[in-house]
Design a binder for this molecule. Structure first.
Ligand SMILES: Nc1ncnc2c1ncn2[C@@H]1O[C@H](COP(=O)(O)OP(=O)(O)OP(=O)(O)O)[C@@H](O)[C@H]1O
Length: 609
């Protein structure tokens, strides 16, 4: 099996920056990066400082009691068994029982409090992450796979949680046990201690060699897991498309490749980290042999007692165990830091600035003006997506946006809604630059009826209420009636209370559009953004949609991305876009008379979408 796997050292050749290119912070690697992440984690943990202090006190107590146990056993051997005495043995025995009972109790308490801290921390991180995700600009989501993001909110956070649950205590108790053990050992026999400690350099060197590799390998394992999850999410959501184009084989092959990558990185991360306990165990046994041999010689020469050999043997175990634990926990910590780092990478992403405005609701008339607006999706792009676009839409006008595919129609809508901001020029609503209006206040003035209406889990009623959360049931039914959606809703098994399945599966395309119109009716905005459906909808539903739309459009400034030219003949203005520029503007008749691009589109049935 080993032969099939790529050597872990292959990873050396992978440029870290290829997978972490989007964040400046990610350029920092190694210790500095780790410390930065730990500092950020501490900001969360420190909110539970009091409880954390209690945990540390319990760790201190349990570590001290763990030291006391072997010491008492050694004392029993030297003072009672070797010297054949029994006076006071009962008290010593009682003391030992108490030590072990309190040791367990302190372990239980530290665990109990630490789990509380870890669950609190992880919950805070998760909610910060989700809140932050909602404040990020749309451009952030353009660059990220949804499943990969999901993996950060779930897997990576879970990883941090389980590590906090166990590793923090382990690390502190191991450190304390180490210090305590060495101190007592030195007090009992400095010479035997020095010989026992010779093992440390060997352990440190071994650990360094291994952890250097495992840190990197765990990072790749997390990355590969994120990519695989992203892929699974994508193919499950796009299952229909996969089947429609008979892409199952290709998808399975790609999945196998990604799965192999994860298996490979997982295999090496686990294998190399798995060496640690084995190596430590071997060194541990070696130290036992050394203590028994050399300690025996010392005892024969009267330098130490038999009780001290027993204490040393027990301490050597206690001493290599924390080293062992530290090494193990180091790996878990590295893996959790890698996870936390991926979470903080998102938290470090700059949120959408909500400008100078106070973001309050205000009444608008619906005049929209573009003044020399230029825009490119990517910074430094040679070709602008929108180039010096100017036009004015008066309140209540219907503006049709037409042009070949990729001309920039959707981009114009994206700019009006401030999903993106222009690089040059201004967009004004009622004469106010929209960058002075808070995004949320601006979007409250708008409603969308898009080709692909997204329906959330919940009832039909809930989905219409999305348009205005404080709407009453009566208002919702009224909006549905105006949108011609009421007849089909009434026929659903539970009417308005029918549960919508995932993403509206079970509701037809045309019915989704009607629900979107009802949502928009309820929102009652002054500006309406329509992306005309291209898919074939049956004639009756189509008529219902058209009728509902004209009702909805009345008195509102409406931008329609038109895919069929026959539906926009009555628009007040038709804006013809090509390669991001307005090449013609006017009414249907004016443009036909000009006999230019629009005329060509009409006469030659130019593909307009
Ligand atoms: N999020 C994005 N990131 C980068 N480029 C984008 C993005 N969205 C669109 N583009 C590019 O911008 C250009 C204009 O796209 P847009 O979607 O505005 O065209 P459109 O006229 O609406 O096309 P269609 O009729 O096909 O929907 C295209 O070249 C497209 O590839």
């Amino acid at each position: 099996m080993l032969k099939q796997l790529t050597s872990p050292f292959k990873y050396k050749r992978i440029d870290l920056n290829t997978s972490v290119q989007n964040s400046k912070r990610k350029q920092r690697v190694g210790l500095k990066e780790g410390l930065y992440t730990i500092l950020k984690l501490w900001r969360y943990l420190s909110k539970k400082k009091g409880q954390f202090l209690l945990v540390l006190i319990m760790v201190l107590i349990s570590s001290a009691l763990a030291l006391l146990g072997p010491y008492l056993i050694g004392k029993t051997i030297d003072d009672y068994i070797v010297s054949q005495k029994s006076d006071g043995l009962g008290i010593l025995f009682g003391g030992m029982v108490l030590v072990f009972v309190f040791h367990s109790l302190s372990l239980f308490l530290q665990n109990f409090w630490m789990i509380g801290i870890s669950q609190y921390t992880v919950n805070e991180m998760r909610s910060d992450l989700v809140q932050h995700l909602h404040r990020l600009p749309i451009s952030f989501f353009d660059k990220k796979q949804h499943g990969e993001l999901m993996s950060r909110v779930t897997n990576d956070i879970e990883n941090v949680s389980s590590t906090l649950n166990s590793s923090v205590i382990q690390v502190f108790s191991s450190l304390l046990t180490l210090i305590g053990t060495v101190t007592v050992m030195l007090l009992l026999s400095p010479m035997l201690t020095a010989i026992t400690l010779l093992i440390i350099p060997l352990m440190v060197l071994g650990m360094k060699w291994i952890t250097k590799r495992t840190g990197r390998l765990f990072k790749y394992q997390q990355q590969n897991l994120g990519e695989l999850n992203g892929y699974i999410e994508e193919v499950i959501s796009g299952q229909k498309m996969v089947k429609a184009y008979s892409q199952e084989e290709r998808v399975i092959k790609e999945f196998i490749v990604k799965g192999e990558q994860l298996r490979n990185s997982g295999f090496w991360a686990q294998t190399i980290s798995g060496f640690i306990p084995k190596v430590m165990n071997m060194l541990n046994n070696l130290s036992f042999a050394v203590i028994a041999g050399i300690g025996g010689l010392f005892a024969l020469n009267g330098l130490i007692t038999i009780g001290v050999i027993v204490i040393f043997a027990e301490y050597a175990r206690q001493f290599t165990r924390p080293l062992n634990d530290l090494a193990n926990q180091f790996n878990t910590l590295l893996s959790a830091i890698a996870g936390a780092e991926r979470v903080f990478d998102i938290l470090d992403e700059e949120i959408e600035k909500d400008d100078q405005s106070n973001g309050e609701y205000f009444d608008i008339q619906g005049e929209v003006t573009f003044e020399n607006v230029s825009f490119a999706y990517e910074e430094g792009e040679d070709q602008q997506t929108i180039h010096s676009v100017s036009f004015q839409a008066l309140p209540g006008e219907v503006i049709a946006l037409v042009g070949p595919t990729g001309a920039g129609k959707t981009t114009l809508i994206n700019l009006i809604t401030r999903f993106y901001d222009p690089d040059e020029g201004r967009i004004l609503i009622d004469g106010v630059n929209i960058d002075k209006i808070g995004r949320s206040a601006l979007r409250k003035q708008m409603a969308f009826v898009l080709q692909d209406t997204f329906l959330f889990q919940g009832t039909v009623m809930d989905n219409i209420r999305y348009g205005r959360l404080d709407a009453t049931d009566e208002e919702i039914i009224e909006a549905a009636k105006l949108a011609n959606a009421d007849p089909f809703i009434q026929k659903l098994p539970d009417g308005y209370h029918t549960q919508i399945k995932h993403d509206g599966n079970g509701i037809s395309h045309g019915q989704k559009q009607l629900l979107a119109i009802a949502r928009a009716m309820l929102a009652n905005p002054m500006i309406l953004l329509l992306d005309e459906a291209t898919s074939s909808i049956d004639t009756i539903t189509e008529l219902r949609i058209q009728e509902a739309l004209s009702r909805l459009m009345k008195g509102r400034t409406t931008f329609v991305i038109a895919h069929r030219l026959n539906t926009i003949q009555h628009a007040d203005q038709i804006i013809v876009l090509k390669d991001g520029e307005i090449i013609e503007k006017g009414t249907h008749h004016e443009l036909l008379e000009k006999q230019e691009f629009y005329y060509e589109m009409q006469t030659q049935h130019y593909a307009v979408n």
